[in-house]
Write a new protein. Structure first.
Length: 496
C-alpha cells in the first residue's frame, strides 16, 4: 500500500492496528521526498536523521501501550517556525546560519502529540508574497503544474501535502497564507479565529521570542482531509502558557449543526473591487449546488453582510501599516511624499496601500474602530447564517512571476489584467475581523488545476466551518493527488 497519500486519521488507525510502524511510514515518506522533491522543492530543510529516531521512539512508546493523537505520524513544519537545531531564515540569505535553540510553541505541541517532524517547508522572502520563492532555497513549484506557483506564504507546506510528503503540516496566515496555497494545491487548511492558537516561536530571525499578541496573523493546520484539520486544530488551540494560559483554558463550542440540511449558508461569488474568474466562480457554484442538494438553506444576498469595499480598505490599512512599521525613517519620509501627491479622489486599493504606509497612530485607531463596527456586523449576520462560502482568490494557481516589485505584477482574470495585490481582498474578508475560515477543495478548472473555496464561520466557533467542510467532503469529494510529473489534469484519487 502507498501510505504517503493517506490521511493522518487513516495512518493513526493503521498504526494502532499494527498494520504498519512509524519507522516504515517515515522511511516511505523520506523516500518519496528524495524521489519527487527535486522538481517540487517543497521541503527546504530536511531533518531525516532525527525523524527516523523520533519514529523509532514512537514505535517503542506504542509497544509500551502509549497512544497519543499523532503518535508516529510524519508531518512537516513551515520554515518560519523555530525548530531547535534547524535554521529559521524566513527565506533570507543573511540569516542562513540562524539556528534557534528552542522549539516554537506549536512545534512543541506537535512533538508532544507524538508527531514525527520530517523537516521544514519553503516560504517567500520574509513571508511577504502569494508565491513561495527566495534566493536561499529557490522556488517551490505547484505539484499540479510545475510552471505555476504553489501559493504563499505556506506554499511549501501545501505542495508537500499534495505531493505526499507527510500527512499534516502547520502554517500561518496574515493575507491568505494558509488558504491560498491550499486552494492552489488542492488540499485543506484552516485559518483559526484570531488569538485561538499561540504563535510564540514563529518569529523572524533574531527577533525576540516573546508571547506577543498579533493584530491579524494566526497560525493553523493544513491537511489532506477536513477531519484531519479538526484533529490538528485540537492540538494547536489554546493560549500561550506564559500569558493567558496561566489562567485560561480553551473549550471551543461544538459545531452549530451536524447535518448538512440544518445549515444556513450565505454564498458569495462577486467582489465589488475585483472580478471572480470563471473557474473559481464554478467552484463556488459546485459547493452551492451541493449545499442545496443536501437540503441546506442557501442565500446569495443578505442586507446583513458588512460592506465588502469598506472591509477591503480597512484590511489594507491594517495590513500595510503594520508591515511597514519598522521601515527606516528615510524610507518613511519618501513614502509620505509619494502619498501627499495622491489625488484626494483616488479611492483605489493602490492608493489605500500607499496612504496606509504613512499612517499615524490616530489613523490606525480610526481604522481599528471601523473594524470593531464590522465585527459587530458579522455577529449580526451570524445570527441569521451559520457560514459564508466565498472565493479565496479570483483564479486558480497562476504562472510563476518573480518581478521584484509586486506593484508591477498583474494577475490575469479571464484574459483581463488586474493589479497583483488586489487579489488579496477575498483573503481579507475573514482576516480583518478575525473570523475562522476553512479552505476546502471544490473541483478543478478546465485546465485541470485545483480550485478551492473558503467557509467562513462565527468568531471562536471554528468547529462550525470545520464540520461543514467535513460534510462537503462527503458530498463532493476532497483531496485528489496530482500526477508525479506535474501535468495538469492527470490525477488519481488518493486515500481510496
Amino acid at each position: 500500500m502507498d501510505w504517503n497519500l493517506l490521511t493522518a486519521e487513516e495512518l493513526a488507525a493503521a498504526l494502532r492496528a499494527g498494520e504498519v510502524t512509524s519507522a516504515e511510514l517515515t522511511d516511505e515518506a523520506i523516500a518519496r521526498i528524495e524521489r519527487d522533491d527535486k522538481t517540487i522543492n517543497a521541503v527546504c530543510v530536511p531533518d531525516f536523521d532525527r525523524a527516523r529516531a523520533a519514529a523509532r521512539d514512537a514505535d517503542q512508546a506504542r509497544a509500551r501501550g502509549e497512544d497519543r493523537p499523532l503518535l508516529g505520524i510524519p508531518v512537516t513544519v513551515k520554515e518560519s517556525y523555530n525548530v531547535a537545531g534547524l535554521p529559521t531564515t524566513w527565506g533570507m540569505s543573511a540569516h542562513r546560519d540562524h539556528v534557534p535553540a528552542e522549539d516554537a510553541v506549536q512545534v512543541s505541541r506537535l512533538k508532544a502529540a507524538g508527531a514525527v517532524v520530517l523537516g521544514k517547508t519553503n516560504v517567500p522572502l520574509g513571508l511577504q508574497d502569494i508565491q513561495s520563492f527566495n534566493e536561499l532555497y529557490g522556488t517551490t513549484n505547484n505539484p499540479w503544474d510545475h510552471g505555476r506557483t504553489s501559493g504563499g506564504s505556506s506554499g511549501g507546506s501545501a505542495a508537500a501535502l499534495a505531493s505526499g510528503f507527510g500527512a499534516l503540516s502547520i502554517g500561518s496566515d496574515l493575507a491568505g497564507s494558509l488558504r491560498t496555497p491550499a486552494h492552489f494545491c488542492g488540499v485543506y487548511a484552516h485559518k483559526p479565529t484570531l488569538g485561538l492558537t499561540a504563535m510564540r516561536g514563529m518569529v523572524p530571525p533574531l527577533a525576540p521570542v516573546l508571547p506577543a499578541e498579533h493584530d491579524l496573523a494566526v497560525v493553523g493546520p493544513m491537511a489532506r482531509s477536513a477531519r484531519d484539520l479538526t484533529l490538528l486544530l485540537d492540538i494547536m488551540a489554546g493560549p500561550d502558557p506564559l500569558t493567558f494560559g496561566v489562567a485560561h483554558e480553551v473549550t471551543l463550542p461544538p459545531a452549530r449543526h451536524e447535518r448538512l440540511c440544518d445549515f444556513r449558508v450565505l454564498v458569495l461569488d462577486q467582489h465589488p473591487l475585483i472580478p471572480t474568474g470563471s473557474a473559481v466562480r464554478a467552484g463556488v457554484n459546485r459547493v452551492a449546488d451541493a449545499l442545496v442538494d443536501g437540503g441546506a438553506r442557501v442565500e446569495r444576498h443578505s442586507p446583513l453582510l458588512p460592506d465588502l469595499t469598506e472591509a477591503a480598505v480597512i484590511y489594507t490599512q491594517l495590513l500595510i501599516s503594520s508591515s511597514v512599521a519598522h521601515f527606516p525613517v528615510e524610507a518613511h519620509e519618501q513614502l509620505r511624499a509619494h502619498a501627499a501627491r495622491l489625488s484626494a479622489d483616488d479611492r483605489s486599493l493602490d492608493a489605500a496601500r500607499l496612504r496606509a504606509m504613512v499612517f499615524s497612530h490616530r489613523d490606525w485607531i480610526g481604522a481599528n474602530h471601523r473594524r470593531e463596527l464590522h465585527r459587530h456586523g458579522w455577529r449580526q449576520l451570524f445570527a441569521e447564517f451559520d457560514a459564508v462560502v466565498c472565493p479565496i482568490t479570483p483564479t486558480p494557481a497562476f504562472p510563476h512571476d518573480h518581478n521584484p516589485d509586486p506593484r508591477e505584477r498583474r494577475i490575469d482574470i479571464d484574459g483581463v489584467e488586474h493589479p497583483y495585490l488586489d487579489q488579496l481582498v477575498w483573503a481579507g474578508v475573514p482576516t480583518m475581523p478575525g473570523l475562522p475560515a476553512t479552505a476546502v477543495p471544490a473541483g478543478r478548472s478546465p485546465e485541470g488545476l485545483p480550485v478551492g473555496v473558503q467557509l467562513i464561520g462565527p468568531m471562536f466557533e471554528d468547529r462550525t466551518p470545520l464540520r461543514l467542510a467535513e460534510l462537503l467532503e462527503q458530498k463532493i469529494g476532497g483531496f485528489v493527488g496530482p500526477s508525479s510529473d506535474g501535468t495538469p489534469g492527470s490525477a488519481q484519487t488518493a486515500g481510496q
